[in-house]
Design a protein around this ligand. Sequence first.
Ligand code: PMP
Length: 484
Amino acid sequence: MIAGPTARRDAGADSPLRLPRLVGSDLRVPLANGELRPYVNLDNAASTQAMQPVVDTVIALLPSYSSVHRGAGVPSQVSTRAYEAARHAIHSFVGARATDHVIFVRNTTEALNLAAHCITLRPGQIVLSTAVEHHANMLPWRRLAKVRVLDPAPSPEALLFDVKRALEDPLQPVGLLAVTGASNVTGEVYPVEQLSRLAHEHGALVAVDAAQLAPHRRIDMVELGVDFLALSGHKMYAPFGAGALIGPSAVLDRAEPLLAGGGAVTYVTLDDVEWAPAPDRLEAGSPNVVGAAALGAAAQVLQATGMDALAARERRLHRYLEGQLRGMPRIQRLVLWDGEDADRVGVCTFTVLGMHHALVAAALSAEHAIGVRHGCFCAHPYIAHLLGVSISDAHTIRDRLRRGEHRDIPGAVRVSLGLGNDVADIDRFITGLRSVVEAGPRLQYREDPASGDRIPVDDQRSMPSLPNLPSLTDSGIGAGCGQF
Ligand code: PMP
């Protein structure tokens, strides 16, 4: 049952879709002058608000919350059922094979690290990937084998051509192809089905980073031919700390457990251990039952709402956003595949000529109550490519950051849509952006040397404190520059 559905103004839809309500959809936030305004959340690619039905599941579970699997008490059995039901929901949501396992982890990063740990390549085999990847789908593979990184391809056809050629290279045999399902920077949806077919024809496995794909498109691992898939609950309206790795039992049942401990074993003696099969083998320790239940509920609600209908709605909104941005003076869109038929999730990234990305984002927040993201989106090589930053300039940036100098690091502004957005949100954003770009920010800003962020000189915003947590001043928060 989908609780509290709302109909929103849609861009050209015939009939409004019944969308699940998001917690915080009516949030009001302060401007720098202290006035309250309805918040426009255009940072969904980073994290989404919780869906009300997901929160309903969590609230229903909490009175019976208990440790899973071995407890004899009724709450333990309720929790165990919720945990395993969530596994089924994820399995169905991604169209996994009967022989696939769903392993609960914290997020996509952990899922891909776990996959890299579990997969064994033959001696001499390499991982093939591309420079568009998020760091989460780039760094773990470097620990597994040599990674051959293809330059960002100018079209899906060029990508398929490059991948085919690399797979045919006898000098660098590919054991695994690691690709994103959709770019978190430019939104392009990757031709995963064709890529998987090519990889399998050449005996390589396929791992897909579905962090951005899962909230926006229907996924069918069987149809796509994907071996390993990683996703995050906090990008799917279930921000309770769980994500999942889905992959074949033939690999996961034999993998050396990443974490050794309780729950991962069938029996332990003083000199030996019998590891359990997956998923237990790869879920040592007490699991995040609440997070898993939330993720399972989100998957079920998204599926029931209809991923294809959600995707169609988002495409209309996205086209509307792009139409409004097109032709705006000083705005330079960052796109890789700009053909009319290029499929894109609701992500739109741009730079403003003559204005630093941190200033644009800060002014949108402080003067218009609009939340966007700026920086490099944990995809440094891809942003460098899109902005024309050379390798030697990238090394200079690395050296400057190593010395703690955050001034004027090249980056961009990203707007990203979720199911909570409608045309009115885009109109508010366009009005705010026009005002910032054409008239300039109304306020004065200073640069925070620790992060490079811009902060209004006269900032009257006070952040609400939360019950049972100490209030921190800004100086207690830290720069968070690892997120750059
Ligand atoms: N891959 C992509 C494409 C992403 O957008 C993100 C999150 N920005 C990640 C991986 C990492 O996800 P998480 O932070 O949930 O581990």
